[in-house]
Design a protein around this ligand. Structure first.
Ligand SMILES: [Zn+2]
Ligand SMILES: [Zn+2]
Length: 287
């Protein structure tokens, strides 16, 4: 395939996802399986694209990486998804009812307006949460495991300490009145963009796409192994526009990714990471 066509893969995937939800029958949407199918289908597609259009040999997927990545996808969809629904989105919906919060203007807007409002609103929260994680040490300790990954692949966006994964899933979207198709279109399109932004795929989307949305070029720079200071840019998970607006955008890309000595962490190390200062202090005290 010609490189110019490969470059169009991320925008084409997003357009296909939006079109799917624009025309998906209500019965599919309410059943709940369609969002699972689109979400997981995108992951499988992009992971498969890595095998055909590899970006860097050093990022090539192997069994150990894939097993860890799949573990985190299941954990994300299962445990984190359940926790977010029960602890955050459920109570927020009740609060919305109790306080009579309503956004009829949004529900009456055209489909694509609803989709974009949801994407940009959710990502606005993501942006500040992510930026806070790179600015406040206790939060950094939860986010650092995501930066200790030593190669980028389609499913790597799911990797991180469980506390971070929960924090980054928080949002106020449950307070909005929005068409269910538009909501799912926003969630799955953001997911697709974030998946491409972590994937070992040789696609460099056109400038207009990269102006608003995160691409592997800018997200790989966020993962650079150069120094901790150098990772403090391009915070947008799927919407890089907020970085441009708030002055944290930086152009460039990085092939060498990781943190500190670039040692790959095990799942156990990723989960215990926030306790590191305490564990080290205890070790030192014991001599
Ligand atoms: Zn980060
Ligand atoms: Zn990342």
């Amino acid at each position: 395939m010609k490189q110019s066509l490969v470059n169009l893969l991320p925008p084409a995937t997003v357009a296909a996802i939006w079109a799917f939800w624009a025309f998906a029958p209500a019965a599919w949407v309410e059943g709940g399986w369609a969002i699972m199918a689109v979400g997981l289908g995108t992951l499988v597609l992009v992971q498969a694209l890595e095998l055909v259009f590899e970006r860097h040999e050093g990022w090539r997927i192997n069994r150990r990486e894939l097993a860890t990545d799949v573990f985190y996808v299941v954990f994300g969809y299962g445990v984190i998804g359940f926790l977010t629904e029960t602890l955050v989105n459920g109570p927020l919906s009740q609060l919305k009812e109790a306080l009579g919060i309503a956004t009829p203007w949004l529900a009456d807007s055209p489909f694509m307006v609803q989709v974009l409002v949801v994407m940009f609103t959710f990502e606005f929260g993501q942006y500040w949460m992510h930026r806070a994680m790179h600015n406040w040490h206790p939060l950094w300790l939860t986010h650092a495991p995501h930066h200790h990954i030593t190669q980028l692949n389609a499913l790597k966006g799911f990797i991180g300490n469980p506390i971070e994964l929960f924090l980054i899933s928080l949002g106020v979207i449950a307070l909005l009145d929005v068409d269910l198709n538009a909501l799912f279109a926003a969630i799955t399109a953001s997911g697709a963009i974030a998946t491409y932004a972590h994937a070992n795929v040789r696609a460099n989307p056109p400038i207009w796409f990269g102006f608003f949305f995160t691409t592997i070029r800018h997200h790989s720079l966020h993962h650079t192994a150069l120094s901790y200071e150098d990772t403090r840019c391009n915070y947008g998970n799927s919407v890089i526009f907020w970085d441009r607006l708030f002055g944290t955008f930086k152009d460039g890309e990085s092939e060498i990714v990781g943190q500190d000595d670039r040692r790959r962490l095990s799942i156990k190390e990723q989960w215990l990471f926030p306790l590191r200062p305490w564990l080290e202090k205890r070790k030192a005290a014991r001599g």
